[in-house]
Structures are given as structure tokens and as C-alpha cells.
Design a protein around this ligand. Structure first.
Ligand code: DGP
Length: 210
């Protein structure tokens, strides 16, 4: 019998919500329970395209806004062959940000509509589960100062949060909102429950497309 496919699980949220910490904990917990799992993150700054994006985020270079949007999307597309291969091998992928960050961050800029922003990612593998780590801007501020990178201001993050709220209205995506104001273990327990459900369901379903 062919092996059961892995699940594509995405964590989204505004900065300081704890996505990276929770992705790592989830991968570790899945592996310890005998379920093959790997972490990925977007942007993946290790590729040639990723290095262009990284320099832009670090404000070492300037790029036109549409251009950088397409580069972020291209950075996801270039990983699709390896993502599909791993999922087929039964590996669950836990992804720190995906196409939803793409649409939310660019559409938070003046002059961009959400529909245009979603287009370049149409056809990407569709996540079996997208968990949105919900944290109010005031609670995020208590977790420390933003860094020096582009987009790391509370005004912009509030605009991004609003765009995520619009994206979460899409019933074709399995969105789950997680209260990220709980302690790390509490958040992890919630995330683990949703992930185990998604892994079980994905085994009997074909991988979809955005
Ligand atoms: P991180 O490495 O997770 O801190 O993400 C880097 C920054 O890039 C963060 O502010 C979110 C933003 N970002 C992630 N994906 C996209 C995207 O596809 N488009 C745009 N415009 N920004 C993105």
C-alpha cells in the first residue's frame, strides 16, 4: 500500500505572536510521537530569490512594491517541487508563514487590492490547516520592541492584522484562530490538537490548490 501523505500545516499571525517558537515545538512534538515532520519558513532567505528579499527586508536594497510581492511569491513557488515530494513521502510540513502573509503584508500597503495580491499564489499547494496566532497589538507591544526590519512598526502591523481578518473569511481555507496570549505550553496544546486532526484528515484527501 502507498504511504499516507503528510499534512501541510501553516502558522500565520502578526509579528511577536510566537509563530516560530510554536512551529519548532510542534515539529518536535510530532517527531517525538513518531510522526515524520519538518519545518519550513517563508521567506526562505537561503535561495537566490530569498537573498534579494532578505536584503530588501533589512533595508539594504530598495525594490518596487509589485516586484517584491512577486519575488515573495516566486520564493514560495520555487519550493513547491520539494514540498510535494516530502508530503508524498508522508512527511508533515509545518510552515512558518505562507501565501496569506504575502497577501496581508502587500495589501496593507497603499494602492494594493487584496484580490491582486492573492493572484500570484493561485495554484500553490493548499494547506490542510492554517492556524492564525491571534494577539492584540497592545499585547504584542508588551513582548518587546520591534526590530529594525521593514514592516516592523505597530501602525503597519495593525493594517496587516486587518487584512488577515479579511482573509480568514474565506471558507475554502481551514482557518483556526489560536489565542496566542496564553502561555507557551497552552498555545502548544491547542496547536497540537488541531494538527493531529489535520494529519488524520489529510491522509484520506488529495492535496488541494490555492
Ligand atoms: P519573518 O522572517 O517571518 O520575520 O518574515 C519577514 C518579514 O516579511 C515579516 O515582516 C513578514 C514579511 N513577509 C512574509 N511573507 C511576505 C510576503 O509574501 N510578502 C510581503 N510583502 N511580506 C512578507
Amino acid at each position: 500500500m502507498a504511504c499516507k501523505r503528510g499534512a501541510l500545516i501553516v502558522l500565520e499571525g502578526v509579528d511577536k505572536a510566537g509563530k516560530t517558537t510554536q512551529c519548532k515545538k510542534l515539529v518536535q512534538a510530532l517527531q517525538q510521537s513518531g510522526r515524520p515532520a519538518e519545518m519550513m519558513r517563508f521567506p526562505d532567505r537561503t535561495t537566490t530569490i530569498g537573498q534579494l528579499i532578505s536584503a530588501y527586508l533589512e533595508k539594504k536594497s530598495e525594490l518596487e512594491d509589485h516586484t517584491v510581492h512577486l519575488l515573495f511569491s516566486a520564493n514560495r513557488w520555487e519550493m513547491v517541487p520539494s514540498m510535494k515530494k516530502k508530503l508524498e513521502q508522508g512527511i508533515t510540513l509545518v510552515v512558518d508563514r505562507y501565501a496569506f502573509s504575502g497577501a496581508a503584508f502587500t495589501s496593507a500597503k497603499p494602492g494594493f487590492c487584496l484580490d491582486w495580491c492573492k493572484k500570484p499564489d493561485v495554484g500553490l499547494p493548499k494547506p490542510d490547516l492554517v492556524m492564525f496566532l491571534q494577539l492584540s497589538p497592545s499585547e504584542a507591544a508588551l513582548r518587546g520592541q520591534f526590530g529594525e526590519e521593514r514592516y516592523e512598526t505597530s501602525v503597519f502591523q495593525r493594517a496587516v492584522q486587518h487584512k488577515f481578518e479579511l482573509l480568514m473569511k474565506d471558507p475554502s481555507v481551514n482557518w483556526q484562530v489560536i489565542d496566542a496570549s496564553q502561555n507557551i505550553e497552552g498555545v502548544h496544546d491547542n496547536i497540537m490538537d488541531h494538527s493531529l486532526n489535520a494529519i488524520n484528515t489529510a491522509q484520506n484527501q488529495l492535496l488541494g490548490e490555492l
